[in-house]
Design a protein around this ligand. Structure first.
Ligand SMILES: Cc1cc2nc3c(=O)[nH]c(=O)nc-3n(C[C@H](O)[C@H](O)[C@H](O)COP(=O)(O)O)c2cc1C
Ligand SMILES: [Fe+2]
Ligand SMILES: [Fe+2]
Length: 397
């Protein structure tokens, strides 16, 4: 996309990435992602955040449509993760006068990632940089997403550049502003980004929201995804809700199954959830990438896990999800368990122990040998209904 002036003198000059398969080498990108970079043009010129290394030329092409790149006076590095800092070596070559502006915590990273030691200005909380006609101020928001991260605020236009905070997966399909698109088409990818990338830092996200609340923000311009110029409170509220881990009334059923016995039970459990009047999603952990399972576990307050017993334990793709949820510290879930076994079982006991460890509310479980009987399926339906009712809290759809 060409540069877009988001407010007078403030330009989006980022790039879409539609070719990287896995973000952070881990999370699938079926709809791509954008690395948003912003030019703030006063008498002096600042570039806020850059892009992943291989996309540096695209960034430069956009910058050059607004100002000659060697006119950049400041390279503001909100965050050192290479999806935003990777183009720094290139930028230093084309804009050799430019001073790098970052938090003190970023200095050792600038040195270790890029060998950048000179021409660096460390800024702290509330420090300001007058560009002549535009004024930047800096606000550390540690651990959203790394310890060195800060948000930059342009005071004359009220534009907040919070880097990873309030961002999402999905490349920009011709439109930059959230008010230009049907956001319901984007929300899944924003939630997947939140749960995969910053969810583990939810406490830091809530602290950042509280801190940035003090600024007179009119536009939120994150470094991935859509820019919020109308109703920026909407994305803040979504992030806050996800960070509080409340979960919507609804249930994600995540199961694995080798020969279809646990799958047959998943169908009965889903039917039961539906009878409780809340939304339900059924996901096969063996086929759906964990990234998407994590998203739906984060979305709903109810989580029902189905696993056959496999080598005395939990079926590996289900176990992988649970490990990730533990790593991401997901709380406040009402949980049900079900699964088939051949002889001694064991998967449900292990899942139950994990649920207790994570402080989840275990509503019930349905274990069975071999194929589920009609009676087993009725118990499964009851389990689904019980979890559905637990999370419904008066909300019916
Ligand atoms: C590789 C493998 C390992 C298994 N390990 C166990 C086990 O340790 N304990 C047990 O009770 N059943 C075990 N089983 C039997 C399955 O749990 C049983 O076949 C179950 O019905 C499979 O359900 P599913 O069709 O939903 O996958 C194992 C099956 C396979 C194929
Ligand atoms: Fe990041
Ligand atoms: Fe990022």
């Amino acid at each position: 996309m060409n540069p877009i002036e988001i407010r007078p003198g403030i330009f989006w000059v980022g790039v879409n990435d539609r070719t990287t398969d896995l973000f952070e080498g881990l999370w699938p990108l079926p709809h791509g992602v954008s690395y948003n970079s912003y030019l703030v043009v006063g008498k002096k010129v600042a570039l806020v955040d850059s892009v992943k290394g291989p996309f540096g030329e695209g960034l430069l092409r956009n910058v050059a449509q607004v100002v000659p790149p060697d006119r950049i006076d400041y390279l503001v590095v909100n965050h050192m993760e290479p999806d935003h800092s990777g183009a720094l070596p290139l930028l230093r070559r084309v804009a050799p006068r430019a001073e790098v502006v970052a938090t003190k915590a970023a200095l050792p990273m600038l040195a270790s990632f890029y060998g950048i030691r000179d021409g660096v200005r460390a800024v702290g909380d509330g420090d300001r940089l007058d560009l002549g006609g535009k004024v930047l101020s800096f606000h550390p928001i540690p651990f959203v997403h790394w310890p060195e991260t800060m948000a930059t605020f342009e005071e004359t236009e009220g534009v907040l550049f919070p880097c990873d905070a309030f961002g999402g997966f999905r490349a920009l399909d011709g439109a930059l502003f959230a008010d230009e698109v049907d956001f319901s088409l984007y929300e899944d990818e924003v939630l997947r980004y939140f749960s995969n990338i910053v969810g583990m830092q939810s406490a830091a996200v809530l602290r950042a929201i509280e801190k940035l609340n003090g600024l007179p923000v009119e536009v939120i311009a994150p470094s991935h995804g859509l820019v919020w110029r109308k109703d920026p409170g909407r994305i803040v509220e979504l992030y806050a809700r996800w960070a509080r881990m409340e979960g919507d009334p609804g249930v994600a059923i995540v199961y694995g199954s080798m020969y279809g016995e646990t799958l047959a039970m998943a169908e009965a459990v889903a039917h039961g959830v539906r009878e409780a009047g809340v939304p339900v999603r059924v996901l096969d952990a063996g086929r759906v990438p964990t990234s998407f399972l994590l998203r739906d576990a984060w979305r709903y307050r109810g989580l029902i896990l189905g696993s056959p017993t496999y080598d005395t334990g939990v079926f590996p793709p289900v176990e992988h999800l649970v490990r990730l949820l533990e790593r991401k510290r997901l709380k406040n879930r009402s949980v049900g368990l079900f699964g088939s076994h051949g002889w001694a079982g064991g998967a449900l006991r292990k899942l139950g122990e994990k649920a207790a460890e994570l402080g989840w509310d275990l509503v019930g479980e349905v274990g069975f040998a071999g194929a589920p009987t009609a009676e087993d399926l009725a118990r499964g339906r009851e389990l689904g209904r019980a979890v559905g009712e637990r999370v419904a809290e008066g909300v019916r759809t």
